[in-house]
Ligand binder design. Structure first.
Ligand SMILES: [Zn+2]
Length: 427
């Protein structure tokens, strides 16, 4: 039976610190971040990065393990990570399957709920995500309901399969919602309640990504929609464990403020491979001026919304992570910086690994910090400080206004939106 237990500090608010206890007794504090395995980097590379960055949780994918992990590299890596007691969530691969469907290749990948569960049991992950049917682009509402119903059918099958096997397991039921009216969300929660026999207290929510990614396109207020959905979900399920699929990077700060407990980081390897390092509250930085002229570390960066210049190199020189430790220097001179810059720059494995360790260490330490700030009742100020220089800063106020609304007031989103923005204009 379902043995995914979640305890939380929640007293009816939006933000909470909590603890998951999995069927095998392993525990994981929340909010949490699951780091995705790279399909390209070697087992040794990833093992070293995750070990040195001290991550608490990683995620794999049943679709990948069946169809792309031909040499069983990821399976071996998973074994090693499990030996380090790092918690493991296995996604189903519903998203990959959807992409295969769109390109007309789905017949090559006959994945179903039974196969997904079998892989999750064989590998012995802490948390198994059910096989779901995410919303592809340009679906009408009827098509969305159809895909939701297929997802719920799988959940029903999953529960029966677990019962038939007579085992305990921690699984994650999944819903999808994109709409900014609450109909899809409410439909999903009702269906889940019927299947589970109780109000869901563990849930994953997906298909939020297309919303966010299309933000430069035609749809208006996409980020507002996405945050509205998360806050409404939290209002409907106070104290539940909520995992948001496909939200990483800077958006994760907003999503956490809007009430989620858990998200995935799949971008760490692309960023590191691309040559980027991250600093707290500062977006991507290269190590020197490159031909593409994207921002690189400098000593006197003028920031958005801020008069004082920031010394980014100083911040980087004072990082104490495993990759930076040998170069740590409070009173660094130019030659110290040059030495560190040389070690971290370039396309070779070693500098790429150093960047990855630094970046993943930062993401992981931010998660620890977020828990601390929730306990100290200081999450809002912390997120403000992290997004101060970001284009996302303006959404913090929006979240705070929505947080004051109860479910009835949240119902009429267009009106709320108008009210919030008209009020701003008047100010
Ligand atoms: Zn570092």
């Amino acid at each position: 039976m379902q043995k995914f237990k979640f305890r939380t500090t929640n007293d009816g608010g939006i933000n909470q610190k909590g603890k998951i206890i999995f069927h095998n007794g392993k525990e994981l504090e929340t909010p949490t971040c699951w780091f995705g395995l790279s399909l390209i980097e070697s087992k040794e590379f990833q093992l070293e990065v995750f070990k040195k960055a001290n991550i608490e949780a990683f995620l794999s994918n049943a679709y990948d393990l069946y169809y792309t992990d031909k040499k069983k590299e990821r399976q071996k890596l998973i074994k090693e990570l499990q030996r380090l007691e790092i918690c493991h969530k296995m996604d189903s691969g519903g998203f990959q399957l959807m992409k295969a469907e769109i390109s007309g290749k789905a017949h090559k990948f006959p994945l179903n709920q039974r196969l997904v569960l079998n892989k999750q049991l064989e590998i012995q992950c802490e948390c198994g995500v059910q096989l779901d049917f995410p919303f592809g682009p340009n679906l009408n509402k009827k098509q969305k309901f159809k895909r939701l119903n297929k997802t719920f059918k799988n959940l029903g099958e999953l529960i029966i399969q677990i019962e038939n096997k007579g085992i305990d397991f921690s699984f994650l039921p999944v819903i999808h919602t994109t709409s900014n009216d609450l109909e899809l969300l409410e439909y999903s929660l009702k269906q889940l309640e019927t299947i589970l026999g109780k109000k869901p207290d563990i849930i994953g929510v997906g298909s939020l990504v297309p919303l966010v990614k299309r933000m430069k396109g035609t749809m208006k207020n996409n980020i507002e929609n996405f945050l509205y959905t998360l806050i409404s979900l939290r209002r409907k399920l106070p104290g539940a464990f909520i995992h948001a699929f496909g939200i990483g990077g800077t958006m994760a700060y907003l999503a956490i403020l809007a009430g989620i407990d858990s998200y995935d980081s799949n971008g760490w390897i692309q960023k590191s491979a691309y040559g980027v390092i991250q600093l707290p509250g500062i977006s991507d930085r290269f190590l020197r001026k490159e031909d593409h002229n994207r921002p690189y570390l400098i000593t006197n960066r003028k920031q958005r919304n801020c008069k004082k210049a920031i010394n980014e190199i100083d911040m980087f020189m004072k990082c104490g992570c495993e990759a930076c430790k040998p170069y740590y220097n409070e009173n660094w001179k130019d030659k110290n910086w040059k030495l560190k810059q040389k070690a971290f720059i370039g396309r070779a494995q070693q500098p790429k690994k150093l960047r990855a360790i630094h970046n993943v260490s930062l993401y992981q330490s931010e998660i620890l910090r977020i828990r601390e700030e929730i306990i100290n009742n200081n999450l809002l100020e912390f997120i403000k400080s992290r997004l101060k220089f970001s284009i996302y800063y303006k959404y913090i106020d929006f979240i705070e206004v929505l947080k004051e609304k109860d479910l009835d007031e949240l119902r009429d989103f267009p009106r709320l939106l108008e009210m919030i923005y008209n009020k701003k204009k008047k100010n």
